[in-house]
Design a protein around this ligand. Structure first.
Ligand SMILES: CCCCCCCCCC(=O)SCCNC(=O)CCNC(=O)[C@H](O)C(C)(C)COP(=O)(O)OP(=O)(O)OC[C@H]1O[C@@H](n2cnc3c(N)ncnc32)[C@H](O)[C@@H]1OP(=O)(O)O
Length: 215
């Protein structure tokens, strides 16, 4: 029980740090303060690194905050509440349909006032991954076809929806769309993805001791 409480507390703290950094990032890309203030704040931010860097993990070491499980990914760049790069998209799966929600701030700008196409691809890839995972195992994207129909507005609640189209052994083909919450029937971006569960040899080669997280 104590260990579970510790993990819950660590998750709460990681989420809090992620949210604070997201606020900082948003302020950093929208600020119009004078140049001296930019320089001063950069120094202050750099001073925050050493306390965090005092104990750090590297490639191939899962975050302790995830508790060794395959479900939670606190630092996912798409859905991780602890990762300031992530919008983060919140995902729920209802009857095999994965539904994601997020609002993109100015940090994700591509064309003026609209989202970057790579960010749309990130959100769609992630939602297709959740669709694939409804079959019980996580998978890797092997194909992702995108059609950008209309630009994705910033500062607007978005809805990302995905469903399986075809299943063949370890392979899943799925389809997903981005629209606004306000107008869910107008597709802004659509994606068709193929995902595969790596076979045992591939998983061992790619992930070594972390195979249990992907198969
Ligand atoms: C709840 C958790 C949610 C998590 C969401 C996470 C979402 C994010 C997911 C990612 O971003 S994963 C990162 C990006 N992907 C990669 O890095 C994968 C890189 N690819 C590989 O390492 C290898 O492709 C892999 C080990 C996965 C598989 O290797 P294989 O040699 O078995 O398959 P290969 O890649 O050669 O594919 C063979 C071809 O047959 C196709 N194929 C074979 N059988 C198929 C079938 N049954 N259905 C559909 N396509 C099939 C396949 O698409 C492909 O098409 P092409 O002929 O056009 O190359």
């Amino acid at each position: 029980m104590a260990a579970e409480d510790d993990l819950a507390e660590r998750r709460r703290a990681a989420r809090e740090l992620g949210a604070a950094l997201r606020e900082l990032t948003d302020a950093a890309v929208t600020t119009e303060v004078d140049t001296a203030t930019l320089t001063e704040v950069a120094e202050q931010v750099r001073a925050l690194v050493p306390p965090l860097a005092a104990a750090r993990r590297t490639r191939g070491e899962p975050a302790t905050v995830d508790g060794g499980g395959r479900g939670s990914r606190t630092y996912s760049p798409a859905v991780g509440p602890g990762n300031p790069i992530a919008p983060p998209m919140r995902v729920e799966v209802v009857d095999g349909t994965a539904i994601g929600r997020c609002t993109l701030g100015l940090a994700y700008e591509g064309p003026p006032s609209y989202g970057h196409g790579g960010i749309s691809a990130l959100l769609l890839d992630q939602i297709l991954g959740h669709v694939h995972a409804t079959r019980g195992k996580a998978g890797m994207t092997v194909k992702l076809d995108l059609r950008y129909r209309r630009p994705v507005p910033l500062l607007t609640p978005l809805r990302i929806v995905g469903q399986v189209e075809r299943v063949d052994g370890r392979w899943t083909e799925a389809f997903a769309t981005i629209s606004t919450e306000e107008d869910p029937d107008t597709v802004l971006v659509e994606a068709r993805g193929v995902f595969v569960v790596p076979n045992a040899e591939q998983a061992a080669r790619l992930f070594g001791g972390l195979e249990r997280l992907v198969r």
